[in-house]
Design a binder for this molecule. Sequence first.
Ligand code: SF4
Length: 407
Amino acid sequence: MKSWASDISSCGVNEDWLVRIDELLPPSDYFEPVLREIVESLRSGKHITLEQGVELWNYPNLSAVATLATACKQARFGDQVFFNSNLHVNQTNICTLACKFCAFRRGPRAKDAYALSIDEFIERIRPYETMIDEVHTVGGLHPEWDVDYYESLFSRVKNAYPHIHIKSLSAVEVKHIAEVSGISTYALLSRLNKSGLDSLPGGGAEILDDDVRNVICNGKESSDEYISIHRDAHSVGMPTNCTMLFGTIESVEQRIAHLCKLRALQDETGGFQCFVPYPYLPDNSRLPEAQLASGSEVLRMIAISRLMLDNIPHIKAYRMNIGDRLSELALHHGADDFDGTVGHEEIMHEAGSDSIVGYSKSELTKFIFEAKGMPVQRNSNYTKFRRFDDDDRDMGIRLPVTSSVGE
Ligand code: SF4
C-alpha cells in the first residue's frame, strides 16, 4: 500500500495537470462548434464564463460534457478516487431559524429537540475513536451557546482525541455564534482555531443569490456574508469546503453564478479544498414549489462544477445525499472524492436519504473499484494519502463468469 504527502494548497493535484489536460482532451473538432471555445479555454487554463456555463447546462449531449469533466479530473488525479474515515456528530438540532428546506431543525420545546452536553458529545465519538480521523460537526443555531461554549467543546474534544481532525460549523453558525458573543467572525474563527477547530465544512451556501435565499432560508447569512466568512477562515489559516444546494427554486443562471462567486474567492485566497454540490431532498421540509433535481441533472451539475471550478482541487460525490450508486456514476462525471465511511449522519437522513452509514473501508472501496477507480484514503485536509491496490480489494460475491455463451 503506497503512502505519500502533499501540501495543504495543492491537495494532491498532479503538478503538471495543465499539460495532462491538453493530452487528455480530444481535439476541439471532435466536438460540435458550440463546445469548441470551451474546450480551448480548458486546454489553456482559462476560466469558463458564466454564459459558457449556461451553454454547458443547455447542451443536449450529457456524455460530451462528462467527457470534458472526466479529462479534467483525470489530468489532476488520474484514476485516484479519494475517501476518508469520518463520523458526523450534530451538537444540537435546536435552531432559532426555520429554513424551508431543512428537515433537521427543531424548536426548543419539541419532544425530540436535543442539545448534547460536551461529555455526551465526547462519548458519541468514543466507539469510533480508533476507526476515524475526522469528526464532522454542524448543528442548529442554539440561542445561548457562545464562543466560550464552543472553545470548551473543541478543546475538550481535541484533548480527548488528539488524532481526530475537527471539521465544524457552517457559515450561518459562525455568524450566529459571533453575534451571540458580540465579536467579529474573524475574531471568533481565530479563537476557535486556537481551541482545536481545524476546518469548516462549507454548509450554508445553498444558492448564493439573495433573492433565492430570502425565500428558502430567510434570515440566514447573505451571499456576501457566506463569502466573507470563508475569506475570514482562510485568513486565519483554516482550509474550508464549499457547497451548493440545488433543485429548490433557483434558475440555471443562478446555479452557474453561484459557481462563479466561489471561484472568485478561490482566486483571491486559495483556501477552498473541495466543492460539494447536492440536490434538495424534500421529506419533512416546507418547499412544495421546489423543482427537485433528476439523476441526470445531478450528474450534469457535478460535471459543470468540475469544468467551472478549475481552481478548486476536489469535487465530491456526496453519497449521504445522492446515494452510493449515483455517486459511483458521478466518478465518471468529474467527481474525484467519494465522501467517507460516515459512522453516523442525521441531516440528510431526516430529509429522506437512505444512504448507508458506517461502511468499513473495504465496503466503501468496493464501490470505487467497481467504478474502475483506484481508492485512496486521505486525511481531512488532503495532505496525507494511502492508496489501496488490487491486493487490498475485498472481492465479495462476484457474478459467475461463463465461457459457454454462444455455444
Ligand atoms: S438549515 Fe441550519 S440554520 Fe437553517 S433551519 Fe436548518 S439548522 Fe437552522
